[in-house]
Ligand binder design. Sequence first.
Ligand code: AMP
Ligand code: MG
Length: 424
Amino acid sequence: MNDCEPSRGSSTTPLTKPLSVEEASAQLLAAARTIEGSELLPTSDCLGRVLAEPVISGTDLPGWDNSAMDGYALRAADLQASDGWLPVSQRIAAGQCGTPLTPGTAARIFTGAPVPEGADTVVVQEVCEQDGDRVRVNAEITAGANIRHRGEELEAGSQVLEAGTRLAPQHLGLAAGVGAEQLRVYRRLRVAVLASGDELVMPGEPLGPGQIYNSNRFLFRALLQALGCEVIDLGIVKDEREATVAALSTAAEQADLVLASGGVSVGEEDHVRPAVEQLGSLDLWRVAMKPGKPVAFGHIGQTPFIGSPGNPVSLFVTFCLFARPFIERMQGVQDAKLPIPLWLPSGFALSKPVKRRDYQRARLEIDAAGQTRVQRFHSSSSAALSSLTWANGLVVIPPDATIAIADPVAFLPFAELVPGHQSL
Ligand code: AMP
Ligand code: MG
């Protein structure tokens, strides 16, 4: 069973059955090798990078018992034995150390300050009344409250972050919190991209008859940059065998991975596929999905190659589902995998079933009753980039199924799919 389609019992498998998305993804990931090479960088320069070594704490966290609140540190038994008032014997702010607590007294204390030896409880200032140098507690107290104990979060010598972690702001904060000034991260992955097609021109150039702007170059670059890759941009490659072979071999010499858009179908104007076959090996996978069939995977020499269909939406979807986890695995990310869908009520009905699993552009909306619903874009054309800017995710339409309003559907938020949506 897979994550995106409801279970529908067993069925016989025809010999020519195309690969499921899960099978294609698993085959691709099995072929991904993490790059060699790492660098030691200042912690503050590591956002979006992938840890090559675990981070080990150099300290207990917290380093000593400290106050969780502004208030008074005291011994609970002293308060019970008193008439409600205790003398205030010292004042301890964050960054100061104080002295052992004189029995029968309280210490004025502030959040983060070390709890003085002998105190076992901090009482929050809101329930206290200070009069000169004495304090009265006007509420029942809980012995032991409001103290963060030494080593409560983690102990010195323990592993704080695993190798293979993509470093988001919270990881950098934690690494700094245990004293890591520098981190060892994998070097940046070098990815060469090329866009094949005689019809392509760059924005800024005049658009002749039959020509279109090269959207895919911008999609590729941005997706890769958001994943922290170094992009080697080989520009537009003409629909000619020789030019394609030359561009691909240059790409493979310079890069860890080569990505191409267009030219991977089996038409006579599709030169990328035969060029890769000439330079190495290529598998053309029929994947049971729309958009995106076929996905091409191969090697140019030792360098892996992924070819996407030229339609921008197909490129975007296949990049997010296949290329992204592959790249992450090469970058050293431990948990690179297909994203997990959210099952949410549909805001649309589908009476005409689709034949292949269809990743349609969708977004979450709130209906008149205040319910979250998955809405889909009015067109499923894989050329329409505007569907992607309208959407904030993809809805996965299973084959051979009808959908009624409010039926649960699998929604993949862009936050899970698209690197730029994450805190890299
Ligand atoms: P292909 O995969 O080469 O058969 O291209 C499929 C469709 O995608 C055609 O309509 C192409 O014009 C279009 N296409 C190919 N490359 C690009 C690109 N770089 N930017 C925008 N559209 C493209
Ligand atoms: Mg083409």
